[in-house]
Design a protein around this ligand. Structure first.
Ligand code: GLN
Length: 454
C-alpha cells in the first residue's frame, strides 16, 4: 500500500524511470530472516533507497535518461550500488536525471523533466525545477517518497538539487566512491554521494557507499572513516573561511542573507569565522565548461550503435551511416552541444588555447584552496546564486543555466569534499542551501560544520 501511494506521488513528479518494488521488499524481508537467524544487520538494513539511473544495476535497465541507452540492461552491478546492497539497503527504483548527468534542472532527460515537490508560497502556477542533474533523487527525498537516494556530482549535481529542494547532499573527496559501473560523464570530476534529509543520514549512507575499489584506477586506497560515530556540532577551535570572491553580482540578496546567518550559526557552535581569498574563482566556470565537455566527448564516443542500446541502421547504410544515425537519434540537444564543444576544444588547432589552458586554470584553482587551508579548516559559501527557478525558465539559454553552477564547480575542479545543507526559506517559502567545502579527505570536517547548521 505504502509502495502504491509512493508510486502515485512519484508519478506526478516524474521522478522514477522504472520502479523496482521487489528489490526493496527483498531487502526488508532479509532484515526479518537475518534477525531470526541472529545475524548482525548492516548499517542500511531494509532501507528503501532511490538509485540515480546513472548507476549500472544488474538486470535492471540503466538509461542515463537517454534514448541511446533506453534498452540497455547491464549484466553487472556498480560498485557503489553493490556496497549499498551489502549494507542491507534495497532499491525502490531508478531515478530520473538530466541526460548523461548534463544539466542543472533535470530538463535534458529523454523521459521528461522532474517536477519539484516544492511550491511557491503564493501558489503561482509555475512548476519548479528540482535542480539537476540528480533531480529525481532530490525530488523523491524532498517529497518523503524515499528516505535517501544516490546522486552523482561532476560540477554540482548533488549539491545544487539538494539546495533547491531543502535536503542534504555531500560530494566526497574525488576517489572516495568507486566510479566503476557509473555511466561516465567527465571522469576526472565524477563522484557519487548520498542525498538525504539529514547530515546524520548522509554520514551513514556515505560510509556504506565509499571504499577502495581495484576496478577504478582513481579509487582512493584509504580506509573509510567512521563519519557517523564522529559527528560533532562542537566547532570550538575550528576556523571557517569566507571566500570574498564568492560575493558575486547576480546573487540573490536572500542568498547573501542566508550566508550571514550561516556565519552566525557556526560562530554559535564555537568556530572562528575568517575572511579568505580564492583569487581564481571567476575562471572556474569557464574552465569547467571546457574540461567537462572535453572528457564527455571522449567518454561518449563508445555509444556507436554497436555495443549498447539503440542502433539505427537505415536501409543500405554503411558503418559510418549507422554511427551517424544512431548518435543523431540517440543523443539529446544538450548532450550534442557538449560533444561538439568537447571535440572542438580537443581538436589539434585549439587544444592549447582551450583545453590546456583550462587545465592550467584548474591547477591554479586547486592551489587557491591549498593556500586557504593555511587560514581555515572548512569553507562556508552559498550553494547556488538563487533559489529554485521555474521549469522552462532557462531552457533556451544554456549560459544562464551554466551560471547556476558558479559556486559548485571550484570544489569539483579541486576534487574536494563539499556538502549542501538547508539553511532557510526565502520570502517565497522556498529553501536555500549553504555549502561547506573541506580539505581533501576531510569529509568529517564538512559533515560536522553541516551538522552545526542543519
Ligand atoms: N550542471 C553541471 C553540468 O551540467 C553539473 C552536472 C553534474 O554535476 N553532473 O555539467
Amino acid at each position: 500500500e505504502a509502495h502504491n501511494a509512493a508510486v502515485a506521488a512519484a508519478g506526478e513528479l516524474n521522478a522514477f524511470i522504472v520502479t523496482t518494488p521487489d528489490h526493496a521488499l527483498a531487502a526488508a524481508e532479509k532484515v526479518d530472516s537475518d534477525r531470526a537467524a541472529g545475524k548482525a544487520l548492516g548499517a542500511m538494513a531494509g532501507v528503501p533507497i532511490g538509485m540515480k539511473d546513472l548507476f549500472a544495476t544488474q538486470g535492471v535497465q540503466t538509461t542515463a535518461a537517454s534514448h541511446i541507452l533506453e534498452r540497455f540492461t547491464p549484466e553487472y552491478e556498480s560498485t557503489v550500488s553493490q556496497n549499498l546492497w551489502n549494507a542491507g539497503a534495497g532499491m525502490l527504483g531508478k531515478l530520473n536525471l538530466d541526460q548523461f548527468a548534463m544539466g542543472s534542472s533535470n530538463e535534458t532527460s529523454y523521459f521528461g523533466n522532474v517536477v519539484s515537490p516544492w511550491r511557491h508560497k503564493d501558489g503561482g502556477n509555475a512548476d519548479l525545477a528540482p535542480g539537476g542533474s540528480s533531480g529525481g533523487s532530490s525530488a523523491v527525498v524532498a517529497a518523503r517518497i524515499a528516505p535517501a537516494a544516490t546522486g552523482t556530482d561532476t560540477g554540482g549535481s548533488i549539491r545544487q538539487p539538494a539546495a533547491f529542494t531543502g535536503i542534504c547532499g555531500i560530494k566526497p573527496t574525488y576517489g572516495r566512491c568507486s566510479r566503476w559501473g557509473v555511466v561516465a560523464f567527465a571522469s576526472s570530476l565524477d563522484q557519487a554521494g548520498p542525498m538525504a534529509r539529514s547530515v546524520e543520514d548522509c554520514a551513514i549512507m556515505l560510509e556504506a557507499m565509499a571504499g577502495f575499489d581495484p576496478k577504478d584506477s582513481t579509487s582512493l586506497d584509504l580506509p573509510v572513516p567512521e563519519w557517523e560515530a564522529n559527528l560533532s556540532a562542537d566547532l570550538r577551535g575550528k576556523k571557517v573561511g569566507i571566500p570574498r570572491e564568492y560575493r558575486m553580482e547576480g546573487t540573490d540578496p536572500e542568498i547573501l542573507e542566508s550566508w550571514e546567518r550561516g556565519k552566525e550559526w557556526l560562530r554559535d557552535a564555537g568556530a572562528e569565522v575568517v575572511d579568505i581569498s580564492l583569487p581564481h574563482t571567476k575562471y572556474a566556470l569557464p574552465a569547467y565548461y571546457i574540461i567537462a565537455p572535453a572528457e564527455a566527448s571522449s567518454n561518449l564516443a563508445r555509444y556507436d550503435g554497436v555495443r549498447y542500446g539503440l542502433r539505427e541502421l537505415p536501409d543500405g547504410a554503411g558503418l559510418q551511416d549507422m554511427y551517424a544515425a544512431t548518435r543523431a537519434e540517440g543523443f539529446g540537444d544538450e548532450v550534442k552541444r557538449r560533444i561538439l564543444i568537447g571535440t572542438y576544444v580537443l581538436s589539434a588547432g585549439f587544444y592549447d588555447a582551450y583545453y590546456n589552458q583550462a587545465q592550467r586554470v584548474r591547477t591554479l584553482i586547486a592551489r587557491d584552496f591549498e593556500k586557504a587551508w593555511a587560514q581555515c579548516d572548512v569553507i562556508l559559501a552559498p550553494t547556488t546564486p538563487t533559489a529554485a527557478f521555474a521549469l522552462g525558465d532557462k531552457t533556451d539559454d544554456p549560459l544562464a543555466m551554466y551560471l547556476n553552477d558558479v559556486f559548485a564547480v571550484p570544489a569539483s575542479l579541486a576534487g574536494l569534499p563539499a556538502m549542501s545543507v538547508p539553511a532557510m526559506l526565502n520570502g517565497d517559502g522556498l529553501p536555500l542551501g549553504l555549502q561547506l567545502i573541506g580539505k581533501a579527505f576531510d569529509e568529517q570536517g564538512v559533515l560536522n560544520a553541516g551538522l552545526a547548521i542543519q
